[in-house]
Design a protein around this ligand. Structure first.
Ligand SMILES: C[S@@+](CC[C@H](N)C(=O)[O-])C[C@H]1O[C@@H](n2cnc3c(N)ncnc32)[C@H](O)[C@@H]1O
Length: 215
């Protein structure tokens, strides 16, 4: 059965059997809406998939590009052992302020640091082989450059996750030639034949790459 033929009832069934947002995360999302933060965070199902992947590789150190309100960063931090850390990069000061405030109130306040600035400026400051996993969820036109940073920042065997690989459902519609969609098509083709990464594009959320940096 093709993915597009999965009935929405089955989607709902799967979602209901993944971990749900706890009251803190529900409150965070409501506060973000009230504060005018865009409602573009990942969902609970994708967060559960990512947490499972992080636990499977024994991740302790994660780098994220695209914090928004801190929802995904908190979800990832909760998947790490004591002493683990998430460094999450955010360009928009309003989003960074909101995320810092809510991370400070969370159960993983000591594991998450918001790094302010653009991914292209902050990633070069992150040391080689200092992360077990990276999650790219920011400016789509920066993705290909971020993937190249990932080859340096991840440890061998590290995990790369990239969101929005289905380009907001425009991936296969060739009449859509917007720069973000073109960038995602280029990213998908590049990762599919990347000499340093091996992995698969998962039908999770808006499409998510799960790729391992070859040793
Ligand atoms: C889709 S949201 C991230 C959602 C978040 N990962 C979550 O699921 O909770 C994308 C975020 O990337 C930020 N952003 C956009 N361009 C950026 C850039 N060049 N560098 C860093 N962050 C950027 C936006 O301000 C926005 O907060």
């Amino acid at each position: 059965m093709s993915l597009s033929r999965i009935p929405k009832e089955l989607h709902a069934y799967v979602g209901e059997r993944a971990a749900q947002d706890d009251p803190f995360l529900v409150e965070l999302k409501q506060a973000a809406m009230t504060a005018g933060i865009p409602q573009i965070s990942i969902g609970a199902y994708q967060s559960a998939v990512m947490a499972t992947l992080l636990k499977l590789i024994g991740a302790r150190d994660v780098v994220e590009v695209g914090t928004l309100g801190g929802y995904s960063a908190i979800g990832m931090a909760r998947a790490l052992p004591d002493g683990g850390r998430v460094r999450t990069i955010e360009l928009d000061p309003k989003h960074a302020d909101f995320a810092e405030a809510w991370i400070a109130k969370s159960d993983v306040a000591n594991r998450v640091t918001v790094l302010r600035g653009a991914g292209k400026d902050v990633l070069p400051t992150i040391a080689d082989r200092s992360a077990d996993a990276m999650f790219l969820d920011a400016d789509k036109q920066g993705y290909s450059a971020y993937v190249e940073h990932a080859t340096r920042i991840l440890r061998p065997g590290g995990l790369l996750m990239v969101d929005n690989a289905f380009a907001f459902n425009h991936l296969l519609d060739e009449s859509v030639q917007e720069p973000d969609v073109l960038a995602i098509r280029a990213l998908n083709d590049g990762l599919a034949r990347h000499p340093r990464f091996e992995g698969a594009l998962l039908p999770v959320g808006d499409g998510m790459w799960m790729a391992r940096l070859r040793a």
